[in-house]
Write a protein that binds this ligand. Sequence first.
Ligand code: G3I
Length: 395
Amino acid sequence: MSLLVPKSMPLLIPKPMSLLVPKAIGTFILAAVLVTGPAFGQQTGTASLPSLKSAYRNDFLIGAALNMRQIDEKDPAATALIAQQFNALTPENSMKAAIIHPGWDRYNFDDADRIVQFAEKYHLKVNAHNLIWHSQLPPFVSHIQDADSLRHFFTDHITTIAARYDGKVYSWDVVNEALNEDGTLRKSIYQQRLGDDYIVEAFRLAQKAAPHTLLYYNDYNIEHGKKREGAIALIKKIQAAGVRIDGVGIQGHWSAAHIPLEDIENSIREFSALGVKVMFTELDLSVLPSPWNRNTADVGQQAAYADKMNPYVNGLPDSVSAQLAKGYEDLFRLFMKYKEKISRVTFWGVDDGQSWLNGFPIRGRTNYPLLFDRQLKPKAAFYKVIAVAGETGTR
Ligand code: G3I
């Protein structure tokens, strides 16, 4: 427990408590924090916050996706919060192919090296993201026509990067988002030029180049029916080839109003039955309406539509804040039920201001999907997540 005791705190401790051992006092203070909630955090600042990584230290790693502004420590308050709350990081963009391998014979390891240094300095495990993905590829790759050239790029890319960071990063998302919603393989440039076996091949190359690094498959919506079946078939295929796969990452980009708890529970059970660890790798809960079922193209209605899709520009109503907090509470209760099967839960960002959900699927919205607000203050959802860790009575 990394709680710092505010000077006034002993006054709150009833007399018999002062006879107890320090650990028990820490637990009592945590209880006081949880009872008083956000007001306590706001009065005392970040230094007195309970810590996610400490609360879940016996259960699973707690990670965050970080951008280079955070890695370069541009904001000391953000650095302090990251060091206090997280013991794992995933580079949000900086180890993707477009950045780390911008030219056929050209690698740029500057950002990735700084990520590793930051992680060492603050004792975070790096989940490197990612080796093979159809998106954020360097532009030259889309011009590669023949299979041999693409295979050359593929082999060199995996081998060079995985070998360089073996022993420096904890794990790799070896293949990212290779499945369609119906569980079939996405027709990516890799699938089209190299055939369906490119995924097994990617893991085989990563295993050889990075024998000390854990190797994962990572995707969204794989908690659902056909796509879950596709992911299970994929993992079995890799295993049947005698190739190592250590875990599967369920991204967890959900809506706070519709969290598929039953699917998530079934997927934890079914994936872990294959002998791989399960992770929640990109967790965030959108509170904004989805545009997917829009049924008007009337230009006259555009302004009203824009307002309707971005309703919380001036702040989040208490009812929605409570819904978000409840969503996180339900999720972490489920994660705790299966803590033996789960090795990491990573949030896709630290604070609401950083989230990709402010720009996707509609640009320029104000979303609130994470545990810390735009001023880096803990939200009600943060306290719910901390409270769930204390419920088992084992700490
Ligand atoms: O770096 C350029 C900058 O130079 C330029 O001025 C700016 C103009 O738009 O773009 C910047 O690049 C953006 C990059 O994020 C860094 O901010 C890209 O346009 C933008 O497309 C990119 O978005 C990232 C997205 O992946 C790309 O697909 C998001 O930040 C990142 O959160 C998101 O992460 C993905 C995971 O990797 C895989 N799972 C889904 C998840 C969310 O989409």
